[in-house]
Design a protein around this ligand. Structure first.
Ligand SMILES: C[S@@+](CC[C@H](N)C(=O)[O-])C[C@H]1O[C@@H](n2cnc3c(N)ncnc32)[C@H](O)[C@@H]1O
Length: 307
């Protein structure tokens, strides 16, 4: 069971019109979607998107009793505008993004997301995609691998891990999650292994790279702004500092009337504010939620409203 994070906090801020049209860009286990439906009138519409067909099929069953019109679409939210257009929708009242991976994906051993279960090195959310974690681990050069592990995993032993991966694969390919875990354990010094699992950061980094999670977020934000109706809201729950920074900067930029450099005396950009940020500081889970759901600890919610 996936435990939805910041459920009340996000949905209380998302809903502005009980009869509106809403998009859940990351349906996952449907926790947020089901609660959203519970807050809306029967003639509201919810479009749910997920790039993982298995997750969507599983959740489709769960959501079929909901009274509203729920349109579930297997797709990537980086194509939000086109997805809505194919449904004949040009404007929506609220958009939710709850980023990252769902417990359903982590627990499904064969998907290769988890360092706890043995499985082929995969980690693709969309299994129609060509490049999996296997290609990254076995084909990238050492420097690129180290950069990914450092940038997306903030792993201080990234260089050592990349070096050990390249050394190991010279003898034979690294095919499975547990083979990769063994490589990482060899690279990470024993004394620093206390506490968190030594493969946690590397697995997170590979997942973000395989699924191009940051570029998808970068692409969806301007589209969200474009399709929101006046006073409509976009709520984003992030789990990584790079994601949060992207959202924060986007909201800040789109809340400004002028984005000219400070050295220019007269505005030449003609930029107009289109958003109002409703969360000056990100909303984070309370102590109780953090204890009940340790995965929530790194979550940050930011919300903005279209002017
Ligand atoms: C954290 S889970 C969402 C959980 C959900 N809010 C719930 O309450 O059960 C994130 C989901 O987003 C999906 N996802 C991630 N990136 C995506 C993208 N670019 N396009 C569509 N779905 C994506 C994942 O497959 C995953 O199912």
């Amino acid at each position: 069971m996936h435990k939805p994070v910041l459920l009340d906090e996000a949905l209380d801020m998302l809903v502005t019109d009980r009869r509106g049209i809403y998009v859940d860009c990351t349906v996952g286990g449907g926790g947020h979607l089901a609660r959203l439906a519970g807050m809306l009138d029967q003639d509201a519409v919810i479009i749910g998107i997920d790039k993982d067909a298995d997750v969507l099929e599983h959740t489709r069953e769960k959501l079929k009793e909901l009274p509203q019109k729920i349109i579930l679409i297997h797709g990537d939210f980086r194509n939000l505008r086109v997805i809505l257009k194919t449904q004949g929708i040009t404007e929506v009242d609220g958009i939710l993004l709850d980023l990252g991976v769902s417990s359903f994906q982590l627990d499904e051993a064969r998907r290769g997301f988890s360092y706890q279960h043995d499985a082929p090195l995969d980690m693709r959310m969309n299994r129609a995609q060509a490049r999996s974690a296997w290609e990254l681990v076995n084909e990238l050069d050492e420097e690129d691998l180290a950069d990914i592990i450092w940038r997306y995993g903030e792993e201080r032993f990234s260089r050592r891990i990349a070096r050990e991966i390249v050394k190991t694969r010279q003898a034979q390919p690294i095919n499975t999650t547990l083979e990769l875990v063994e490589v990482i354990k060899r690279a990470v010094p024993g004394r620093s292994r206390r506490g968190k699992h030594p493969a946690r950061r590397t697995f997170q980094a590979l997942r973000i790279a395989v699924n191009q999670e940051l570029s998808a977020l970068q692409e969806v934000l301007p589209q969200a702004l474009e399709v929101l109706s006046a006073a409509g809201r976009v709520c984003v729950i992030t789990f990584h500092s790079l994601e949060d920074r992207l959202v924060k900067n986007f909201f800040r930029l789109e809340s400004m009337d002028c984005i000219c450099s400070k050295d220019i005396p007269v505005c030449t950009c003609n930029h107009q504010a289109q958003l109002r940020t409703l969360t000056k500081k990100p909303v984070v889970p309370g102590k109780e939620e953090q204890v009940r759901n340790p995965r929530s600890r790194s979550a940050k919610l930011r919300v903005a409203e279209k002017i």
